[in-house]
Design a protein around this ligand. Structure first.
Ligand code: PA5
Length: 447
């Protein structure tokens, strides 16, 4: 299995005997799970769970790979314009699979794949700074908007388009690729009228569930990431999440435990804490997925419930010197999910030098990866001893396949969590309201 999950530390009998979930849940939730499964099976038929088919997209992979191969060496930079679900996945992939120093490497070390910059805000200082830094003649711009109508992204496009036109004039369309709805929206119309290359976002997949569509696959392919492997990992996660027993279905079980912790132990804060810098942006991606999917005013019956957990991202060991004090001694309102990567444990031996006293010599000959792992084990044990619930997702190595599996695992868990919480995880009326009010304030007709 690509990922392994240990959720034993969610239960009272493994904590301090006072806090945590009732161990009897291990049995009693099986029955309830069958109701959840039946509910989801019905919704699947009506197309709500469209993201589950993203593990198998051979034709899409072939067309993206073919196109990406033609771009290789033509550009030094990939600039993404997008926001929310149209931005966070690409950032998470770059950091996870290329490392946070990628943009500082020269082209040779990057094997001629471009740098990546994601403009995910309309802060003019950031936009000006980015355009000042990049050479438009060597930049490919990927405009990403599922709806094709998001004000932030369209405003960025107009500014960036003028920047391109000034330097590359009639060639501007060769510096653009648009990812949007197959038929609707302003970007689709624009691409059609100007003959700009486009990739389609399947209408049945929501924005925050779209990292494994062209939204994430186009940037991934341009950066030299093996997108077939990403999807193979995702397909594994889907297969595992079809298991009809809760005990065998890790995604449904993890979601159930978060919901139970919230419903019965008032743990409304759900922390994702990878012990890896490479998963820092992944935690940010999870935050949007969990928050926007589960934070809802209405339940499935239309009753006002104001429901939803608050997701938090943290990174070990860095946050041991920041948020972890709160996690260990603050209110009993949290669950922590750790992600541990096994193959870095032996990396980077700590060298000795003459004259070291016992305060430093204990480090010599150990590895930095080993220190990181010891920090994880110690923090988990400190939490456990204080009655704090946690789960651990363990992976052997962080590569395209495991990352694809992780993306899909959390999407599946979110789909299940919607059912456990009794809310629609696929809509976002609050976000839409903000969009409408922005249009109104900006004087857009038709709202
Ligand atoms: O999950 C969602 O639907 C949102 O976060 C969207 O991704 C975000 O609002 C951007 O929308 P769009 O891709 O249509 O520009």
């Amino acid at each position: 299995m690509t990922i392994r999950i240990d959720d034993s530390l969610m239960y009272r009998d493994r904590l301090d005997g006072l806090h945590g979930l009732d161990p009897a849940l291990r049995d009693t939730m099986e029955e309830r799970f069958q109701v959840i499964r039946a509910d989801i099976a019905g919704r699947r038929k009506s197309g709500e769970y469209g993201f589950e088919s993203l593990g198998r997209q051979d034709a899409v992979v072939a067309s993206i790979e073919q196109w990406a191969a033609l771009q290789r060496g033509r550009f030094d930079h990939l600039l993404i314009l997008g926001i929310g679900g149209s931005a966070l996945g690409a950032k998470a992939m770059l950091t996870a699979l290329k490392g946070s120093a990628w943009n500082e490497w020269d082209a040779g070390r990057r094997d001629n794949w471009p740098t990546l910059t994601v403009l995910e805000n309309v802060d003019p200082v950031t936009v000006l700074g980015t355009l000042d830094r990049l050479d438009p003649r060597r930049t490919l711009v990927n405009v990403i908007s599922k709806s094709g109508g998001t004000a932030e992204t369209l405003a960025q496009y107009l500014i960036v388009r003028e920047w391109l036109d000034r330097s590359v004039a009639t060639d501007a369309k060769d510096h653009l690729v648009i990812t949007t709805d197959p038929e609707r929206g302003a970007l689709r119309a624009l691409a059609g009228s100007e003959g700009i290359t486009t990739f389609a976002v399947p209408p049945e997949v929501g924005g925050r569930f779209s990292v494994l569509t062209a939204v994430g696959l186009v940037p991934a392919a341009i950066l030299g990431i093996d997108i077939a492997e990403l999807l193979a990992g995702a397909a594994e996660a889907v297969d595992a999440a079809l298991a009809d027993q809760l005990a065998d279905n890790a995604a449904a079980r993890w979601a159930m435990l978060q919901w139970q912790a919230h419903a019965t132990r008032a743990a409304n804060v759900h922390v994702l804490m990878p012990y890896s810098d490479r998963l820092r942006d992944f935690a940010e991606w999870y935050r949007q997925l969990w928050a926007e999917s589960l934070g809802k005013r209405l339940d499935r019956d239309g009753t006002e419930v104001f429901r939803g957990p608050t997701p938090v991202g943290a990174v070990g060991a860095t946050d041991q010197h920041s948020q972890v004090q709160l996690f260990i001694e603050g209110p009993f309102d949290k669950t922590i999910t750790f992600i541990r990567i096994c193959d870095t444990v032996d990396m980077l031996t700590i060298p000795g030098r003459d004259g070291l006293g016992p305060d430093m010599s204990y480090l010599v000959g150990k590895t930095l990866g080993g220190l990181l792992d010891v920090q994880f084990v110690a923090t988990r044990e400190a939490l456990r001893s204080q009655g704090r619930m946690s789960s651990t997702i363990e992976i052997d190595t962080l590569d395209a396949r495991t990352l694809g599996h992780l993306f899909m695992f959390f999407q599946l868990a979110t789909g299940y969590a919607g059912a456990w919480y009794g809310v629609n995880p696929f809509d976002q009326p609050g976000v839409e309201l903000g969009k409408v009010l922005t249009f109104e304030a900006m004087g857009k007709d038709g709202f």
